[in-house]
Design a protein around this ligand. Structure first.
Ligand SMILES: C[S@@+](CC[C@H](N)C(=O)[O-])C[C@H]1O[C@@H](n2cnc3c(N)ncnc32)[C@H](O)[C@@H]1O
Length: 254
């Protein structure tokens, strides 16, 4: 069966509830405050079809994107070809990669930190340490779990230009000891009367706030600089309200 990440246009429709330009404005404001030095380049981890690329290029950044899916990268390359600016892509796993040059800013959107174990989390941060200039910043959107993200079901619907998609997201615990869970994404599509289903299954290791701080403290290459709920720099992270999607910033130490 064709999977969701082989069909970028339907993937983008399913997640079109996002305020892409607003996320990039918030990312730029966070970078402005926390990057030590000028911000000239950005690296997107698990960039997929790169929906943020136009807004990032408008900020004047040089762009690097990494993804494991060739169909998603092909869509991203096509998008880049229609834009002014520097955009380069790399196919590979975020668990271990080598970026050809160091960047000032890195970001992973929409909880796309696909690590399946503590060893992969460690090797991802080793690769990120090599990818970032000292003083550079790594911003992780929805990757540290403040609200329970395991054993849940969520559904929503999106529609555009005669195409509708009913989305079902489920996550089921695999091992509570290893903090692993299986994510299932199902898109039921009606494209001008043609009906079909796309699915995507992935395994992830959950990351919790206090263990993430301890994880960073045990390393000597990153410091935590902030948490922001839903990309809002003015909102505090405390209590339990509004903690569904928290953005995290870590700076590369020199
Ligand atoms: C939810 S999409 C996010 C795409 C894009 N960043 C966005 O904001 O729309 C997740 C992406 O992660 C990619 N991915 C999954 N596992 C990966 C891995 N181990 N290494 C690199 N990319 C991976 C998928 O191919 C997919 O494009």
């Amino acid at each position: 069966m064709t999977t969701v990440y082989q069909e970028p246009a339907y993937y983008e429709l399913a997640f079109s509830f996002r305020d892409i330009d607003g996320e990039v404005d918030a990312l730029a404001a966070i970078a402005e405050r926390y990057v030590d030095g000028p911000v000239r380049s950005v690296f997107e981890v698990a960039c997929g079809s790169a929906p943020h690329l136009p807004a990032l290029l408008r900020k004047g950044y040089r762009y690097w994107g990494l993804d494991i899916s060739e169909p998603m990268l092909a869509y991203a390359r096509e998008r880049a070809a229609a834009l002014n600016g520097s955009a380069r892509f790399l196919q590979g796993s975020l668990a271990d990669f080598a970026l050809p040059e160091q960047v000032d800013l890195a970001v992973v959107f929409l909880g796309s930190l696909y690590v399946t174990s503590t060893a992969e989390l460690t090797s991802h941060f080793d690769a990120m340490a090599r990818a970032l200039h000292p003083g550079g910043l790594y911003v992780l959107d929805w990757c540290v779990d403040f609200a329970p993200g395991v054993d849940i079901v969520d559904t929503w619907e999106e529609e555009s230009n005669g195409v509708s998609v009913q989305v079902t997201y489920t996550s089921r615990s695999i091992s509570r000891l290893e903090q692993t869970y299986r994510e299932q994404l199902t898109l039921e599509i009606d494209d001008h009367g043609r009906r079909f289903t796309l699915e995507e299954e992935s395994v992830k290791r959950a990351i919790y706030p206090q263990e993430f701080l301890l994880f960073l403290r045990a390393r000597d290459d990153f410091e935590h600089v902030g948490w922001w709920p839903e990309w809002r720099m003015d909102a505090p992270v405390d209590g339990i309200e509004g903690m569904g999607r928290v953005v995290t910033g870590v700076r590369r130490l020199g």
